[in-house]
Each structure stands twice: as structure tokens, then as C-alpha cells.
Design a protein around this ligand. Structure first.
Ligand SMILES: C[S@@+](CC[C@H](N)C(=O)[O-])C[C@H]1O[C@@H](n2cnc3c(N)ncnc32)[C@H](O)[C@@H]1O
Length: 290
């Protein structure tokens, strides 16, 4: 385990800046419009080990401050991706946090480009409602002139050899040979115990989810920030694709794991689930994996 992390002292390695710090403090020291992509998953105010449950109004106020600071840091052609699920009130009422937070982004003049549904198979089995198996990513841009690279994130077409059967293009392939648009429903396994990326964190991003956002919404050499970094999944996704990663988390043990994972990435020993790997299907030989 790397032990040189000290509170408020950023660990700066080639292309990454990581610190154990409160995000408002960390972000205040970063320059205006310096980030092309801000991608994060904040606490959901549901009493996880790393958060104190607060009144919903207080939670929204705190989120509003963090979002305001993110908007200041966002480059004119940049994107913010806020990955979020539901807050469950003490009486079991479900509060979809993306609906609650959407007006804050609008107040800052951001424009929603997609509300991406992230579907996964594993989670708690609810007794008094249907078990939750999706969360959302709100993708906002600061302007109408924004980076969107579709080709690097295309996925295999269902019928790659399908051709136009009439008209001037008869006989030609009807789809893009590079694959199709991945759509706004993403089926990506969440990180549970048997996932190759599992660490001590109770709810870390699958790296492949952030990779898709990094490739589509930024270019090589751009800056990517995660103000709720956890164990560093966003910075890893950024480094995998030659972007610069920035992030902070208030839990020192998570920052230590993040730095360890970055070291493993540089050593070539970090295991991540490859982008595009099919979801395990128990009905297929070897689950459908090669
Ligand atoms: C949902 S988790 C993010 C996990 C992350 N996406 C990953 O892949 O590891 C939210 C994180 O926010 C951190 N956190 C909570 N309040 C914070 C604050 N004020 N500043 C920075 N980090 C904070 C928590 O410690 C927790 O690790």
C-alpha cells in the first residue's frame, strides 16, 4: 500500500493529480474552465459508510454548491456527467435524485444531452417494492458546441451485413461498418464481489462505464475531473485513454487504493473489465465469454 498520502497534499504523478480533501476545497484551487469532462457519482444520502445521512433539503443545498463549482471549472465545449440513483427516505419512499438535481444544472445554464440509463443485474432484493436494477447518468454540456466522438464508442451492430435492398444504394451495407451508436441504455455489470475491479469501496464505478464517457466526451490530452473520486475509477479511465485525471475524496483509505491502482496501471498489472466484453450469460457455453 502506498503510504505517502497526507491530508491536503496532492499526489501528482505524470498526468494525474489526486488528493485526500473535501471537494469544495480542492476545486477552489483549480482554474476556471480547466476541465473538459467532469464525471462523478456523489453520495446518495442513504447512509453508506462514507456519508452522514442528512435532511434532503440540506443534501440538495450541498450538491448545489458542488455543482456550481464544477460549472466554473468546466471548459466551454465540456461536459458534466452526474451518475446517480435513488435516495430512499426512512419511510421507504423513493426519491429519484436525478429528478431532484436536474433543476440545479438548468439554473446554471447547462443543457441535458442524454439521460443515460445504466442497467445492471445485481443488487439488493427488495421486499416491499421491485428491486432496483438501474441508475442514471445525466450528461449536460455547457454550450451547443461540444465534443462528441461517436466512432470510438460504437458497439457491434446486430446485423452487420444488412444491406439496402432497393434504391440507389441497393446492395450496399446499410449500417456503419464501425458499428452502431451504443444508445442511451447501457448494460454494464456493476462492481460486486466477483468483479475483477472490486476493492474495499462499497460502490465503485466499473471502469468501462467511465471509459465510454471519456472517449466520447473528451480528446487526448484533455483534463478529466472526479470530485467524489472514491478508489479512482474515473482517473484510471482517463489515464487509459491518454487524458489527465484529477480527483479528490475525503476518505484516506480510498485515496490510498486509488494511488495503488494507478501504480498498477503504470506497471501493467491492473485488471479492468474490458470495454465491450459481453455480459455473462449462464445459458451460453462459458457464459458467452471466449
Ligand atoms: C459513490 S462514491 C464514488 C465512488 C467512485 N465513483 C469510485 O469509482 O470509487 C462517493 C464518494 O464520495 C466521497 N465523498 C463524500 N463527500 C465528499 C466530499 N465532500 N469531498 C470529496 N469526496 C467526498 C465518499 O468518500 C465516497 O468515496
Amino acid at each position: 500500500m502506498i503510504s505517502q498520502v497526507s491530508f491536503l497534499t496532492p499526489t501528482i504523478t505524470a498526468n494525474s493529480t489526486i488528493v485526500c480533501d473535501d471537494n469544495m476545497h480542492f476545486m477552489r484551487n483549480l482554474p476556471d474552465e480547466s476541465m473538459q469532462l467532469i464525471v462523478t457519482s456523489p453520495p446518495y444520502n442513504i447512509g453508506k459508510s462514507y456519508e452522514k445521512r442528512s435532511e434532503l433539503d440540506d443534501y440538495i443545498k450541498a450538491q448545489s454548491e458542488v455543482i456550481g463549482e464544477c460549472v466554473r471549472l468546466l471548459a466551454p465545449g465540456g461536459s458534466i456527467c452526474w451518475q446517480i440513483g435513488n435516495h430512499i427516505a426512512k419511510d421507504g419512499e423513493v426519491v429519484p435524485l436525478d429528478l431532484v438535481l436536474y433543476p440545479i444544472f438548468k439554473e446554471h445554464g447547462l443543457k441535458l444531452r442524454n439521460r443515460i440509463v445504466w442497467h445492471f443485474e445485481h443488487g439488493l432484493h427488495s421486499k416491499k417494492r421491485f428491486s432496483g436494477r438501474y441508475e442514471t447518468i445525466l450528461w449536460f454540456t455547457k454550450s451547443d458546441d461540444y465534443v462528441f466522438n461517436l466512432d470510438p464508442v460504437r458497439v457491434p451492430s446486430k446485423y452487420p451485413n444488412k444491406r439496402h435492398f432497393k434504391g440507389p444504394k441497393a446492395g450496399e451495407l446499410s449500417g456503419n461498418p464501425l458499428g452502431k451508436n451504443p444508445s442511451d441504455v447501457w448494460i454494464i455489470p456493476n462492481v460486486k464481489n466477483n468483479h475483477v475491479e472490486k476493492t474495499i469501496h462499497p460502490c465503485q464505478f466499473p471502469v468501462e462505464l467511465v471509459e465510454r464517457l471519456v472517449l466520447a466526451l473528451s480528446d487526448e490530452g484533455d483534463n478529466v475531473l472526479d470530485p467524489y473520486l472514491g478508489v479512482g475509477s474515473s482517473v484510471i479511465a482517463a489515464l487509459l485513454h491518454d487524458r489527465n485525471g484529477f480527483g479528490c475524496d475525503t476518505e484516506q483509505s480510498y485515496i490510498e487504493v486509488a494511488l495503488q491502482r494507478i501504480k498498477q496501471l503504470r506497471d501493467g498489472t491492473l485488471r479492468t473489465r474490458p470495454m465491450g466484453k459481453p455480459v455473462y450469460d449462464p445459458n451460453l457455453p462459458n457464459g458467452g465469454h471466449k
